[in-house]
Design a protein around this ligand. Structure first.
Ligand SMILES: NC(=O)c1ccc[n+]([C@@H]2O[C@H](COP(=O)([O-])OP(=O)(O)OC[C@H]3O[C@@H](n4cnc5c(N)ncnc54)[C@H](OP(=O)(O)O)[C@@H]3O)[C@@H](O)[C@H]2O)c1
Length: 233
């Protein structure tokens, strides 16, 4: 299980943060930190969601999905260009022919798409993931998209009763291959808690910020604030 703790009162000394007093007390912040040795905090199989979907197998998505498979996760993949699924299928992944089918068959579905248009299409389009979502499921968008796009996808996912997390990554191909990405996440805390062991497989650290008041602090706005004011890189 990832280490999660409420950290806002301590963060100023921990991460040289100056501006946390701007946030109302009701907003809670979690940090999940995995040690660089994957052995130290390796998630136990029992902690992991039973089935994981992965949509978008490009430069980043392919190694991220590979790491989940290699860690023993039950992964179902989809990619617009089907041939990119083959290497993952040969590693043990299942395949479905649409984002809708992947989401319908998985507990938690990740999406790593090129841009806002593809992220919206894959999440909200005719055979999009939201069509297969429902209560108890979760959608984690790890693509880099703008706040409005993220909000739109979030609305479609939450309308089904499912949970949403935006989780853009810091890193590139090599950190993705090495499971050393950094995730800046925001959205439904219950989904973060579920997805944290998976983020720990794909990355070295993840931050989760969530609010009960999206109208004031949409997730992407929080991420913009955090990346400017808090993150030590
Ligand atoms: N590369 C990096 O170093 C890096 C670092 C940090 C963050 N990111 C972010 O990570 C995301 C993915 O980057 P990437 O480098 O993996 O990109 P990529 O290699 O170009 O892969 C993009 C993925 O999006 C899919 N896609 C594109 N248009 C689509 C559409 N209209 N409908 C359905 N699927 C579509 C592609 O499918 P096809 O295979 O069919 O083309 C592919 O799976 C981007 O948001 C990027 O900003 C990238």
């Amino acid at each position: 299980m990832a280490m999660c703790s409420t950290f806002y009162p301590r963060l100023s000394t921990h991460l040289n943060c100056k501006s946390f007093s701007l946030f109302p007390v009701k907003h809670r912040f979690f940090v999940s930190i995995k040690a660089f040795s994957s052995q130290t905090f390796a998630p136990k199989a029992d902690d992991l969601p039973a089935s994981i979907g992965f949509l978008g197998l490009g430069i980043m998505g392919n190694p991220m999905a590979q790491n989940l498979i290699k860690a023993g996760c039950d992964v179902t993949v989809w990619n617009r260009t089907k041939s990119k699924c083959e290497p993952l299928i040969s590693l043990g992944a299942k395949y479905k022919s649409s984002p809708e089918e992947v989401a319908a068959s998985c507990d938690v579905t990740f999406a790593m798409l090129a841009d806002p248009e593809s992220a919206v299409d894959v999440a909200c389009g005719k055979y999009g993931a939201s069509k297969g979502m429902g209560p108890g499921k979760g959608y984690v968008d790890v693509s880099t998209v703008d706040g409005e796009t993220s909000k739109l996808i979030c609305e479609h996912i939450r309308a089904t009763g499912a949970h949403f997390l935006e989780a853009p990554v810091s890193g590139s191909k090599k950190p993705a291959e090495d499971g050393q990405l950094i995730f800046l996440t925001a959205g439904d805390s219950v989904l973060y808690e579920k997805a944290a062991p998976l983020l720990d497989i794909m990355g070295k650290v993840s931050f989760c910020l969530f609010t009960e008041c999206d109208a004031i602090f949409p997730p992407s706005n929080i991420l913009a604030f955090i990346s400017v004011k808090i993150l030590p890189w």
